[in-house]
Design a protein around this ligand. Structure first.
Ligand SMILES: Nc1ncnc2c1ncn2[C@@H]1O[C@H](COP(=O)(O)OP(=O)(O)OP(=O)(O)O)[C@@H](O)[C@H]1O
Ligand SMILES: [Mg+2]
Length: 414
């Protein structure tokens, strides 16, 4: 790349990126859709502000750059900062064990949200938070303290996440109320001309509406309505040879025991739900009979450890299921939408559960990020099976593609 091209590249900021850089408010936030160019902007705003501050005070500036986790810090801000320094030919000294960068205008401390306490003692001129929506409230409080002394600026880059997160209540809402210390820019993914439209079209197809609204249209929202909006039921048919069979089991205790039987067609990469069994007041002997009639590994709720061991000792192939509810639901939902998980139409109880499974609401009727725990035993069994089988092969493949939408893959709190 020639020098002039570099310069051009530096100058072609998108309108909201330029305004973000130029804002002098105490807190400036770019709360934008995924891929709208937040992390791209981070080193640019850092160098721009550092140069101005350095020129004004003729002193080296102290900058803190944060990402939610150490891994994200390495993958996003650090990588982008180094790349930009190299591209501009700026000299710098990176100390990777201390996570600091020294350059002509100052000193950068790279700190993860998990260890935000290590900000203590730094009087910072500038703090930049990348993916602030995944950081806890004490991170914000500490960051504000750390810039107060030098009357510095706090810059926030993030996609919107949860509606009760401080990013919404303390920043976005305050900006709407006209707080003079805060400025927020709120572009959609599609406002970035460099972001591929095909990706947005694809996401609209595979994501639940609320998730698309949140990640791509950059609006704070919550999971809404039915958990599984798009399920394909198919007429039962004679299954071909060569399928991989496996099952999910939700132990009943007082509630019904529930089992689903699945079959994976590895050629088509499609999983069929082919049988259901749900019965209350059944015991381990009933389960043994049912399970010995089905096929393949049984992925069961690890909370029923004793029952699981008993069944195993009686010769049923049993494995403890992976249990992360939200990740499991996201995976099922994605497979339903992509028609990778098809349900035989002759399973009335599963059909009933699928058609009533809702996101929960709290006392003030706000939607929560968890489903109502009601009439969900076959769905739990289904989730255990699909989420766990093949040693997490699908989990990994699916989570990779799901999370890559946002590149926040270390967040297990979802
Ligand atoms: N002004 C610009 N000029 C050229 N390319 C840009 C510009 N702004 C952003 N891009 C490109 O757009 C893409 C998305 O940018 P970036 O990764 O910064 O998005 P993001 O908002 O941080 O996304 P995410 O929410 O996924 O972290 C990148 O390929 C980046 O290089
Ligand atoms: Mg980013």
């Amino acid at each position: 790349m020639s020098k002039t091209e570099k310069k051009e590249h530096f100058l072609t900021l998108i309108d909201y990126q330029r305004k973000f850089i130029q804002s002098l408010r105490k807190i400036v936030a770019l709360i934008g859709g995924t891929g709208c160019g937040k992390t791209f902007l981070l080193p640019i705003v850092l160098i721009y502000k550092a140069r101005i501050l350095y020129a004004a005070g003729n002193k080296r500036v102290e900058i803190i750059v944060m990402a939610p986790t150490h891994k994200m810090l390495l993958r996003n801000p650090l990588k982008y900062i180094i790349a930009q320094f190299n591209e501009l030919g700026l000299e710098y000294k990176l100390n990777k064990s201390e996570m600091t960068i020294e350059f002509a205008y100052g000193f950068i401390y790279l700190i993860s949200g998990e260890s935000y306490e290590s900000m203590q003692g730094i009087h910072s001129d500038l703090i930049i938070l990348d993916e602030a929506g995944l950081m806890s409230k004490p991170v914000l409080d500490t960051a504000l303290q750390r810039v107060a002394f030098k009357n510095g600026q706090l810059l926030i880059l993030s996609t919107p996440y949860n509606s009760n997160h401080w990013l919404k209540t303390e920043i976005y809402d305050e900006h709407l109320k006209g707080n003079p210390n805060i400025e927020v820019f709120n572009p959609k993914s599609s406002d970035n001309p460099f972001y591929p439209l095909s990706e947005i079209v694809r996401a609209r197809k595979v994501l639940p509406g609320w998730k698309f609204t949140m990640f791509f249209e950059a609006r704070f929202t919550r999971p809404a309505g039915l958990v599984f909006e798009s399920v394909e039921f198919i007429e039962p048919f004679q299954l071909p040879y060569g399928l991989i069979y496996f099952r999910g089991l939700d132990f009943g205790f007082n509630n019904p025991n529930a089992v689903v039987q699945l079959a994976l067609d590895p050629n088509k990469d499609v999983v069929y739900v082919i049988a259901e069994w749900k019965k209350s007041k059944t015991n381990i002997d009933d389960l043994e009979i049912i399970l010995k009639n089905g096929h393949g590994m049984v992925y069961a709720d690890p909370a029923g450890k004793d029952a699981l061991e008993t069944l195993r000792s009686r010769g049923v192939p049993m494995t403890e299921a992976k249990k992360n509810v939200i990740a499991g639901i996201s995976m099922l939902d994605g497979m339903f939408r992509a028609k990778k998980l098809l349900v035989f139409a002759n399973l009335p109880q599963l059909k009933d559960e699928l058609s009533t499974y809702q996101w929960d609401i709290d006392k003030s009727e706000r939607l929560l990020d968890r489903p109502v725990k009601e009439n969900d035993h076959l769905l739990d069994a289904l989730r255990y099976a699909v989420f766990s089988y093949e040693n997490g092969y699908r989990f990994k493949a699916f989570m990779d593609s799901w999370m890559a939408l946002n590149d926040h893959s270390d967040n297990t709190g979802w």
